[in-house]
Design a protein around this ligand. Structure first.
Ligand code: C5P
Length: 278
């Protein structure tokens, strides 16, 4: 089995309160993008994971291994080709976990119900349920209460990966205030209209505290705008900074100006985990 596992960005992210279970309630607009990892699965004597990226822990703590165990599938040897940077707010580990659930369910014809898959996914992480569907989605709760929205047109993106990494729990702890939710209709209108002309809606509550600690990230956001991005913002709790452009040509021109750090072109779109045989 071979699976492509896409990254996500958050076009918008509001943290609306702290919950009794220690998590936070969110209101976010998720979007899958073309940047992807690849996973292959082969029957084996025992469950193993190897990874193209030596810095990724491939043991029991890896979400791929945890997903395989949670599903209760027979043992497999898994290989992960990693392109989505870890700890960058792009949901790479969560996407890999969702990809593992879908691939093993198909490989062993487990016929797990969608509801059970969603439950297992949420137990693995708040972003994992979104990746079972992908595309453009409005999410509330921990991020698991999802409403798919009409996919936005493919938008040319430039993803900037600063060296600095942000710990998600630290980012939540550093928030000084919570936002009121603004409601699905506002997001629906943005998705249906001129997507990039809505900086007030397409905002991320984590920028204020993260930029206060890492001012170089704010500078990257400002640089994207001055290099022609129609919209720029941070994804998730960071540290990836995303620029959205009116055309691929404008994006490519801007990309040439970011040679001092890792910068990847990508597009937004209705990308969903794709499982294929072989
Ligand atoms: O669910 P996930 O494992 O991705 O969350 C990582 C950490 O981020 C949690 O342990 C929690 O500290 C924080 N978090 C949160 N509220 C959310 C999602 C994550 O507080 N909705």
């Amino acid at each position: 089995m071979h699976v492509r596992s896409y990254a996500k960005i958050n076009w918008a992210l509001r943290v609306t309160g702290k919950r009794a279970d220690g998590f936070h309630d969110l209101e976010t607009l998720f979007q899958t993008v073309s940047l992807s990892d690849e996973l292959t699965f082969a029957p084996a004597e025992r469950l193993t994971l190897s990874c193209s990226e030596a810095t990724i822990p491939a043991g029991e703590s890896n979400l791929v291994i945890r997903a395989a165990r949670a599903l209760g599938a027979p043992p497999v040897a898994i290989h992960l080709i990693k392109r989505i940077p870890a700890g960058g707010g792009l949901g790479g580990g969560s996407s890999n976990a969702a990809a593992t659930l879908l691939a093993l369910d198909r490989m062993f014809a487990l016929r797990t119900s969608p509801e059970r898959l969603r439950q297992i996914a949420l137990a693995l992480g708040s972003d994992v349920p979104f990746f079972l569907e992908g595309g453009t989605a409005y999410a509330t709760g921990r991020g698991e209460t999802l409403v798919p929205l009409t996919p936005s047109p493919r938008i040319a993106l430039l993803l900037l990966f600063p060296r600095e990494r942000v710990s998600t729990p630290d980012a939540f702890r550093s928030l000084r205030r919570f936002s009121e939710p603004i409601g699905i209709d506002r997001y629906r209108a943005v998705v249906a209209g001129d997507f990039l002309a809505n900086p007030d809606v397409l905002a991320n509550d984590f920028e204020e505290p993260v930029f206060a600690r890492l001012p170089q990230l704010r500078l990257l956001k400002e640089r994207l705008s001055s290099e022609g991005a129609a919209w720029a913002g941070m994804s998730g709790s960071g540290s990836t900074i995303v620029g959205a452009f009116r055309s691929e040509a404008e994006r490519d021109q801007a990309a040439a100006r970011f040679r001092d750090l890792r910068a990847e072109p990508a597009t937004s779109g209705p990308f969903a985990i794709a499982v294929s045989e072989g």
